[in-house]
Design a protein around this ligand. Structure first.
Ligand code: TRP
Ligand code: SF4
Length: 330
């Protein structure tokens, strides 16, 4: 049908998407939709590796993530959007790949060790969590993806995927291309407390935030910490509000703010108000689309069903080849 290169990537449905996610992964995914044959999926089984004790939120997060995706501009006409757990073939391929994956490859995976330390409130000493990269490898090679857009933290997983694909091909014949990681630049967006914007720090501005949410979060933002009073000149270079102006206000406005701040001609409260307005305006089209989709859940269900079927067709073809290759073809 097409000779475009195939791209595949996924996100775990662990919560609403924020500005950091938008300017990182999501906007990149949106931009490449015309150039590549893109498959994007919600990795709900992967969410289960860490949320297995209470999986009740995963399906809500999955629906909301699809709303975030659609409202931000992922297009079901251009890309195949689907949900991992609908495609049972992922579980079958995961099982087969787990037979040929040496445990030391998984034990020395840097993200494995990191996460066990970071998520120390959860018991991650499970077989499934150790096998996380094997499931990810199944996700990727199932669609014979050529490129996998990911942040730098996920590169080791793509590397393990290449090794597993190579090993499969060596043992059973050439079925899978080895995918390349395509590094997504993640601009450093700080939350309103100046730490990295992150759901777990509770400092994020979400795509689904209302105007009021945004105004109140912006009003809490930490500015130039050395500027105590309005009459003190400020330094926009170290002010997070100013970084936001540079992203969401016009160049002229940013320039004015820059001048006026340095001369103490504008106070932080007013400066924040201007920025909040511009951020709200920037998010307006996303918010409108979200309202549209949220009010028509049957349309979203149809989009998911259609994406799932497209993915399923590819997956069942691949699995036919896999069963043939391992000579377990019942
Ligand atoms: N591990 C990825 C993350 O946490 C999510 C993911 C699961 C993924 N399967 C994938 C990403 C396949 C790319 C390709 O971000
Ligand atoms: Fe930051 Fe604006 Fe205050 Fe200057 S006036 S310190 S740019 S919030």
């Amino acid at each position: 049908m097409t000779n475009k290169k195939r791209i595949l990537s996924g996100m775990r449905p662990t919560g609403p998407l924020h500005l950091g996610n938008l300017h990182g992964a999501l906007s990149n995914w949106i931009d490449i939709q015309d150039t590549y044959d893109c498959f994007y999926f919600i990795a709900d089984w992967h969410a289960l590796t860490s949320d297995y004790e209470d999986p009740s939120t995963i399906s809500d997060h999955t629906k909301n993530m699809m709303l975030d995706w659609l409202s931000a501009g992922l297009s079901p006409e251009k890309s195949t959007l689907f949900i991992q757990s609908y495609i049972k073939e992922h579980a079958e391929l995961f099982l087969i790949l787990s037979m040929i994956t040496p445990v030391p490859w998984l034990e020395r995976n840097p993200t494995y060790k990191d996460q066990i330390i970071q998520l120390d409130n959860k018991d991650l000493s499970t077989y499934g969590f150790l096998g996380y990269p094997v499931l990810q490898a199944a996700d990727i090679i199932m669609y014979k993806a050529n490129g996998v857009p990911v942040g730098v933290d996920q590169v080791p997983h793509v590397e393990i995927t290449r090794e597993i694909a190579r090993r499969f091909n060596y043992l059973y014949g050439n079925v899978f291309p080895e995918p390349d990681a395509v590094l997504t630049q993640t601009p450093k967006i700080l939350g309103f407390d100046r730490r990295k914007m992150s759901k777990s720090y509770n400092n994020a501005i979400y795509l689904s935030d209302t105007r009021d949410d945004i105004s109140s979060k912006v009003s809490m933002m930490i500015t130039d910490p050395d500027r105590a009073r309005k009459n003190d000149p400020g330094n926009p270079e170290i002010c997070n509000v100013f970084s936001f102006h540079q992203m969401y206000s016009t160049e002229d406005t940013s320039k004015d703010i820059n001048d006026q701040c340095r001369k103490a001609l504008i106070g932080c409260v007013e400066c924040k108000k201007i920025m909040a307005e511009n951020l709200i305006k920037f998010l307006e089209p996303i918010r409108e689309k979200r309202e549209y989709y949220a009010s028509q859940p049957e349309i979203v269900d149809e989009i998911i069903a259609a994406g799932n079927e497209k993915a399923k067709a590819v997956a069942s073809q691949t699995m036919a080849e896999v069963r043939q290759a391992i000579k377990l073809n019942y």
